[in-house]
Design a protein around this ligand. Structure first.
Ligand SMILES: Cc1ncc(C[n+]2csc(CCO)c2C)c(N)n1
Length: 223
């Protein structure tokens, strides 16, 4: 999506991770219809929990941003994460018979807790460019995966609906805005700062792979 600028450099640093995501049985199962429903259900419940913390991380990114444009954008996206994802989940929740009570009672799986704890730590204590690096894979990987899945299509109506949400042009525009902001904000960074932002970006990209793997393995707490 973006080859020049700092974000182009960031994407090149996760090419291997992105290839592993597209090749993951959870992702492959969405398009060939072989993904067992209980694994998707596990993912959807965990994602509802994830989004509540991710929205908070975006709000923190807004608070930490040096200009009003970024503040407005991240706050809008925080609200959007709650609203859009709620309605998306509401439709899947109905199909699966998941109640709000069940979501509240379900503990975050280890990977989900690690991912959201890391996001909130960086958003609270990291430098602004690290915050940008940490929140970006959530947008960007989903847009790229959504586009790739849209090309593959799905014989399963439920999975096709999920794919449409992230493969659509509306979501793409959101991602483009964040990429442009990141390129502008990171243009003057020194090598150490670039390395720190890249490390945060690679870390949450790994967590994105792990999140799908959590769904695939029905990951829970071993004791
Ligand atoms: C684990 C996980 N990672 C990314 C997304 C996608 N996503 C959630 S909120 C948001 C930005 C604002 O709407 C995006 C792109 C997800 N659902 N779950």
């Amino acid at each position: 999506m973006s080859e020049a600028g700092f974000t182009g450099e960031l994407w090149r640093s996760i090419e291997g991770i992105y290839a592993a995501i597209l090749d993951h049985p959870f992702i492959r199962g969405l398009t060939d219809g072989s993904l067992p429903r209980d694994r998707f259900r596990h993912y959807v419940v965990q994602d509802a929990l994830y989004l509540r913390d991710y929205a908070r991380a975006l709000s923190l990114a807004g608070v930490r941003s040096p200009d009003e444009g970024a503040l407005v954008m991240f706050d809008e996206h925080a609200v959007g994460a709650i609203k859009v994802e709620r309605s998306l989940h509401e439709s899947f929740f109905r199909d699966f018979g998941i109640t709000e009570e069940e979501v509240r009672r379900t503990p975050m799986a280890p990977t989900n807790l690690a991912y959201t704890s890391y996001l909130l730590r960086v958003a609270s204590l990291g430098d602004y460019h690290e915050v940008l690096g940490a929140v970006l894979p959530c947008y960007w990987i989903y847009a790229e995966v959504g586009r790739a899945l849209l090309e593959r299509g799905s014989p399963d109506e439920l999975y096709a609906r999920w794919i449409d949400t992230y493969g659509g042009e509306e979501f793409n525009e959101l991602v483009r805005a964040v990429l442009e902001l990141t390129d502008r904000a990171c243009a003057g960074l020194n090598p150490d700062q670039r390395a720190a932002a890249t490390e945060a970006f690679v870390t949450t990209s790994r967590y994105e792979w792990m999140f799908w793997n959590m769904g695939w393995t029905l990951e829970g707490w071993p004791v």
